[in-house]
Ligand binder design. Structure first.
Ligand SMILES: [Zn+2]
Ligand SMILES: [Zn+2]
Length: 348
């Protein structure tokens, strides 16, 4: 089969790789249809690492994917050949203290698709996964939508972690694909005013289409002053979705006393700082959000029933042969890109 490999900083090569085989009776073989380029994939592309997770080349990345089942192991019950599925990229052990507490996403023995040293990624024509990772999708759901379900499930998990009461005033700082997914999830849950910021104008335009009540570009506007003018008491919740010191500081400034900062973005540096005086005076709560614990199935439901429309997020499309161009586009924030989708097999 053909697969895309990271072979160095900023370099992707399409190479031949052995076709993967079913290893356990609970496995399925997928023909991968589409893979979304995630911000975390781009971290590996640009820096070769996220924190302590370091790429050893060559390495296959990619974890936002959808495809069709082409073979099932003897013990697989809920899937059959030909079925179309969305993929939960996490394999958890089911045994450790975290799994037993329903925290599969922090499983101590986890393996995550495309994560260095854990599981080869999805940017390949075929992929073997445990059947539990594969969620059937309705016939009417396109593979592109089923791929976008993965980042949307992160937005849904972040929204559920906040559990903001209806009508709460909130901000989403950074409106790349994850920020927009947080916005969509909060809108679907009945949020009040949602203030959205980004450095890229096209993303702000998309945020307005996705239900933002106000958008601002920090390059042009003092966004803290502008939002404060509209919300003199401050905001209840801020979702930091850019992974930057500047947006974390804005979040702290924008929150009202007792407000909650949710850190969804992944900073490139392992250390960030906070103004402890402000944190303490306002008694702010800080929540970290990691991936999408058990939110993939409800995300599929919401998309299937039209509670959210993810289609506008897929702004660019590439064949596998042009994976390098797709990653460069996303890494350079060029051409108003939100989500680049790589197509590995003809649509069907
Ligand atoms: Zn991702
Ligand atoms: Zn576990």
């Amino acid at each position: 089969m053909k697969a895309a490999f990271l072979t160095g900083i900023g370099r992707i090569e399409i190479r031949d790789a052995p076709d993967p085989k079913l290893m356990r009776p609970g496995d399925v073989l997928l023909r991968v249809a589409t893979v979304g380029v995630c911000g975390s994939d781009v971290h590996y592309f640009r820096a070769g690492r996220i924190g302590c997770q370091v790429v050893e080349y060559p390495w296959m990345v990619g974890h936002e994917c959808a495809g069709r089942v082409v073979e099932v192991g003897a013990e697989v019950k809920h899937l059959e050949v030909g079925q179309r599925v969305a993929v939960d990229p996490l394999i958890s052990c089911g045994q450790c203290d975290q799994c037993r507490q329903g925290r599969q996403h922090t499983c101590r023995n986890q393996r995550f698709l495309g994560c260095p040293g854990q599981l080869p990624g999805a940017l390949a024509e075929y992929l073997v996964l445990p059947a539990e990772c594969c969620h059937p999708i309705p016939e009417a759901m396109t593979f592109v939508r089923a791929t976008l379900v993965e980042p949307f499930s992160i937005g849904l998990y972040a929204q559920r972690r906040a559990s903001a009461p209806p009508g709460a005033a909130l901000a989403v700082l950074g409106s790349g694909s994850i920020g927009l997914c947080v916005l969509l999830a909060c809108r679907a849950a009945g949020a009040g005013a949602v203030y959205v910021t980004d450095l890229v104008e096209e993303r702000l335009e998309l945020a307005r289409r996705c239900g933002a009540s106000w958008t601002g570009n920090p390059r042009r506007t003092d966004i803290v002053a502008a939002i404060r003018e509209l919300e003199p008491l401050g905001l209840d919740y801020v979702f930091e979705c850019a992974g930057e010191q500047e947006t974390l500081d804005q979040g702290v400034a924008l929150l009202k006393p007792g407000g909650t900062l949710l850190i969804v973005g992944i900073p490139e540096d392992v250390r960030i700082s906070f103004n402890i005086d402000l944190l303490r005076r306002k008694e702010l709560r800080i929540e970290n959000v990691r991936r999408q614990n058990q939110c993939l199935a409800p995300a599929i439901e919401m998309v299937a029933h039209g509670a959210v429309d993810l289609d506008p997020l897929a702004t660019h499309h590439f064949p596998l042969a042009e994976a390098q161009a797709a990653f460069e586009l996303v890494a350079g924030y060029r051409d108003g890109v939100v989500k680049a989708i790589i197509h590995l097999s003809p649509p069907s």
